[in-house]
Design a protein around this ligand. Structure first.
Ligand code: IMP
Length: 416
């Protein structure tokens, strides 16, 4: 009954999606997204090299679609199926989910995807509030994440099961809340452009409402104990974190954080599994660091190196398209995340991008330390071995896997 948990140990955008995809290919029976919402953007390449970006859907939908459609697929000999779950700790914008399913152009059946009825809905009012109040102040993704979690913790949220069982009543509540909020802000000095744009969004939400409800309702999880049941049946369960530990709401980075817990603790709350039922925690780190939004960034690097990393690493948000700020790998922050989450195994991403830096640094013990230029991502290369040794020594984690490129399968898994 093994359970693996994939977490980002930096500020998100570490490349968790492709790690989850790679593990899903021949290991996972179940893939569970356990926190956050459409603020995430997980990029994966399928067997034919086609790029897909998921936001709220677990990354396992890509491989489960390939398994279902039996596309000249090398794993066909083994008849496998993957159940993807959006667990109760996630916030759900049903219009975005509907569009994501359409945009991915995948054949997703109720056998492939189940959504907890206890996921709080992200409503048009939450998106407007996020845009007006938090996008400028905190650099949020403006996906309504914070306001939706606020309503949830105030116990005012509309849940996914409410939408499925009472769609007309839910529509009425959503409309009423939106109009009340409009009236409230009309009396303040709010920019008209934001309000107008959001009114258009609200209209698209309500215009497509019935079609959206029809599409998403069928995915309602009938039994909230499904994850535990699958665990007890001996299935391989893969928990997919979004964002990163530096964005954990329960951290000293508050308020420059997201509104959920992208941690082992967050995963336990959302899935109902207990700490003894997590067998391996895999922490994903990039060979450098990127960040969007506000907050401290002690390892931020100079313009010249930042622009090399940004350009070669294509460091633009998969959800918002915003350029990411670049810096050196901060092992102090990684160590904090390792301790807090009991990380067993590291996966180092994008060292091929880092190889383009002539005079590289790593940040640890509160200072910048110059290291040798890394030439090739290969266990035959002395400079790469040196980098791995620094990471192993400074973190105390001996099991370090690494990617050699962005495509599926370009991961060298540590044998240890
Ligand atoms: P929110 O999650 O949209 O409320 O944004 C809060 C903070 O988390 C902002 O600094 C965002 O840029 C950051 N953030 C949220 N999701 C992601 C992500 O998937 N990758 C990187 N940063 C993120």
């Amino acid at each position: 009954m093994p359970t693996k948990l994939v977490l980002g140990l930096q500020h998100g955008d570490e490349g968790k999606g492709r790690v989850v995809d790679d593990i899903s290919v021949d290991w996972a029976d179940v893939v569970v997204r356990f926190q956050g919402g459409g603020n995430a953007g997980h990029t994966v390449y399928d067997e034919e090299g086609k790029k897909h970006v998921t936001h709220i859907l677990p990354v396992g939908v890509i491989i489960s679609n390939e398994l279902n459609t039996l596309k000249k697929y090398k794993y066909n000999e083994v008849k496998r199926h993957i159940t993807n779950i959006i667990a109760r700790g996630c916030v759900l914008n049903v219009l975005d989910l509907y569009n994501e399913i359409k945009d991915l152009d995948l054949d997703i059946t109720t056998n492939d995807l189940q959504i907890s009825g206890y996921c709080p809905l992200i409503e048009p009012t939450h998106i407007l509030l996020d845009r007006l109040k938090y996008q400028g102040k905190l650099g949020t993704t403006a996906r309504g994440i914070g306001p939706a979690y606020s309503d949830f913790y105030a116990r005012d949220a509309i849940l996914f099961k409410d939408l499925v069982y009472n769609p007309e009543e839910v529509l009425y509540r959503i409309q009423e809340k939106f109009f009340n909020f409009q009236t409230e802000i009309a009396q303040s000095n709010v920019e008209g452009e934001v309000i107008n744009e959001n009114f258009d969004y609200f209209n698209s939400w309500t215009k497509n409402y019935r079609e959206v409800v029809d599409c998403v309702s069928k995915f309602l999880m009938e039994d909230e104990s499904i994850i535990i049941d699958l665990y007890n049946e001996g299935k391989n369960i893969l928990l997919e974190g979004a964002q990163g530990c530096g964005l954990n709401i329960h951290s000293n980075n508050y308020p420059d954080v997201t509104s959920s817990a992208p941690t082992v603790g967050g995963a336990l709350n959302s899935t109902g599994l207990n700490h003894n039922q997590i067998d391996e925690v895999i922490g994903v780190i990039k060979a450098y660091k990127t960040k969007v939004g506000t907050g401290i960034f002690p390892s931020r690097c100079d313009e010249e190196n930042a622009s090399i990393l940004a350009k070669i690493g294509n460091e633009y948000g998969a959800t918002t398209g915003r350029p990411r700020k670049c810096g050196w790998l901060d092992l102090d922050e990684v160590n904090q995340a390792i301790k807090m989450n009991g990380v067993d195994h590291l996966c180092l991403i994008k060292t091929d991008v880092f190889c383009n830096i002539e005079k590289p640094f790593i940040y640890h013990d509160s200072e910048l330390n110059e290291i040798s230029k890394v030439n090739h991502v290969s266990l035959e290369d002395k400079s790469f071995i040196e980098l791995l040794e620094i990471i192993k020594t400074k973190t105390g984690i001996k099991k370090v896997s690494f990617t050699t490129g962005p495509k599926r399968g370009e991961i060298v898994w540590s044998e240890m």
